[in-house]
Design a protein around this ligand. Structure first.
Ligand code: ADP
Length: 507
């Protein structure tokens, strides 16, 4: 609440001061008395006055001198003064600095109505001035609060990790935040030259333009998904909310707050591929299991017939059944290996063995399979290959897988060459075929679980062999790679360090 305005009354006679207070008794003001010019000046240091009523004729310092001093002080330079005097008012023009404040003049004897009227005018002025000052202070405070809140919002927008943008009806950017600039790779100068359509992926343009039109018509959308194109051409998947910014109830610009979901999309896509691969795998596995099972069932039926008495035929059938049982066993082993790998329970048991022997055994194991397909097997295994600390069963499995693939994915009358040589401190093993070859795009995926090249769909398989192969080679601190040309053939090469380090188990 505002305090009452104060009036300074100056007169060397106390009875005059009392009389003045009486005359002005109706006013809602506080009086401060001074019996001399000096006392008056001292009071101005203590209080803020609305008006000073100053007697002109006083001993020592008269009223004019007192006001002259007041005019020299910043606080009282503009203090309205009413001189009370018996002499002519023309004299007050002599006072220096008089023009800097409102001044009036009342002659004695004071006529109460005139005195009250003049004081009221000055009081009204004072109150008006006070209310102006209050208003200015309020506005300054409001502006400061507004500036602070704007700063806060700017800070929030600028430091948000979301991409924030605002686009006007012409497709120009009204605002983009730092995260937006960082993600799309533009600087703020370049954004001024950009149009919204420049950053929308071409296949999303229709969708975005339809949305924009609906936003102009006042609609809001949550969980909108679209794609932006960064300056370097990178596609950015985004999800967010869009709506309109209004000015006087009219569309002014669109507002979009987006999250970058590129990584999430990538993972979802990967998961989808994996799911698809898994379902293909299940159908492949079922097929792989069913074929030998059918065969086993068929031969068992034949063997059970009473007419089956020829020992040689029986032996031949049993041989086939044994092979089919092996096929089933191998397949189940592959499945178990993958499940062990995933559970981190895949173990390697190293012992000192000859790599050359392992390679040769694999070729021998598969010689019949090659012969059935009229495929020539070539062995070029160097005598220099040393004995090594490796898991013979697992490296044998690698060889079997590579050589059987080279036969499976070969061409009629093709060949498979198995080479082994010592280079520096590494054993280099190569299985080359003249088969169907592999497209460049498929090569990086071949070691993934369940991955099968579409073209090899007609050939039985599960897409597990190469995955297991790579894991075994890496568990021996080795590496494996593929060189291939579609329609010409493939070379699978792996190398193992002669001096194996580490323990005998691979997690
Ligand atoms: P599978 O042979 O059981 O399908 P693999 O993991 O051994 O599984 O091989 C994965 C895929 O790699 C195969 O399906 C095939 O498409 C391709 N592939 C493997 N070896 C060869 C090869 N020598 N020539 C052409 N393609 C091959």
């Amino acid at each position: 609440m505002n305090a009452k305005p104060k009036i300074l009354i100056v007169d060397d006679r106390p009875e005059n001061l009392i009389a003045l207070e009486k005359v002005l008794g109706d006013l809602d003001v506080e009086f401060v008395r001074a019996l001399s010019g000096n006392e008056a000046l001292a009071q101005t240091l203590e209080h803020d006055f609305a008006i000073a009523l100053v007697d002109v004729q006083m001993p020592e310092m008269d009223g004019f001198e007192t006001v002259e001093f007041m005019r020299q002080d910043k606080r009282t330079r503009h203090l309205p003064v009413i001189f009370v005097s018996a002499i002519y008012k023309e004299e007050y023009h002599q006072i220096r600095g008089i023009e800097s404040g409102a001044v009036d003049f009342i002659t004695k004897p004071v006529i109460p109505e005139i005195m009250r009227g003049k004081v009221r005018i000055f009081l009204d002025l004072y109150e008006y001035q006070q209310s102006l000052e209050d208003e200015i202070a309020r506005r300054l405070q409001y502006e400061e609060a507004l500036r602070e809140s704007e700063e806060q919002y700017r800070d929030l927008f600028e430091n948000a990790s979301d991409l924030i943008q605002s686009v006007n009806i012409n497709g120009d950017f009204e605002y983009v935040n730092s995260a937006w600039l960082g993600e799309l790779g533009y600087d703020s100068g370049e954004v001024g030259q950009l149009k919204f359509v420049d950053i929308v992926a071409p296949d999303e343009l229709d969708h975005c333009m339809t949305l924009f039109q609906e936003i102009v018509n006042g609609k809001q959308f949550e969980n909108v998904e679209t794609k932006f194109v960064a300056k370097d051409g990178r596609l950015i998947h985004v999800e967010g909310s869009v709506g309109a910014r209004l000015k006087d109830g009219q569309f002014y610009a669109s507002r979009g707050i987006f999250r970058d979901i590129t990584e999430r999309k990538r993972i979802e896509e990967k998961q989808r591929e994996l799911d698809q691969m898994k379902s293909e795998f299940i159908s492949n596995v079922s097929h792989e299991l069913r074929t030998p099972l059918h065969s086993l069932k068929g031969f068992t039926k034949l063997m059970l017939q009473d007419t089956m008495s020829d020992k040689d035929v029986q032996k031949e059938f049993l041989g086939i059944m044994n092979k089919e049982a092996d096929r089933l066993g191998d397949l189940i082993e592959d499945l178990l290996d993958v499940s062990r790998l995933e559970a981190g329970r895949f173990k390697i048991h190293k012992e000192r063995v000859s790599v050359a022997e392992i390679m040769h055994d694999a070729v021998e194991r598969l010689r019949n399979l090659a012969a059935e397909a009229n495929i020539v097997m070539i062995e070029e295994i160097s005598d220099e290959l040393p004995e090594m600390e490796i898991d013979s069963k697992r490296i044998g499995q690698v060889m079997t897988n590579l050589v059987s693939n080279a036969i499976k994915y070969n061409k009629e009358n093709g060949s498979v060459a198995v080479k082994g040589e010592l280079r520096d401190n590494e054993v280099l093993v190569q299985v080359a075929d003249q088969g169907i070859g592999i497209a460049e795009a498929d090569i990086p995926h071949l070691f993934e679980r369940f991955y099968r090249v579409e073209a090899s769909d007609r050939i039985e398989g599960t897409g597990l062999g190469l995955h297991i192969t790579q894991q075994i080679v890496e568990a021996h601190s080795g590496s494996i790679w593929i060189e291939s040309q579609l329609g010409v053939g493939s070379i699978f090469t792996f190398k193992l360090p002669v001096h194996q380090n580490g323990g005998s188990a691979h997690e």
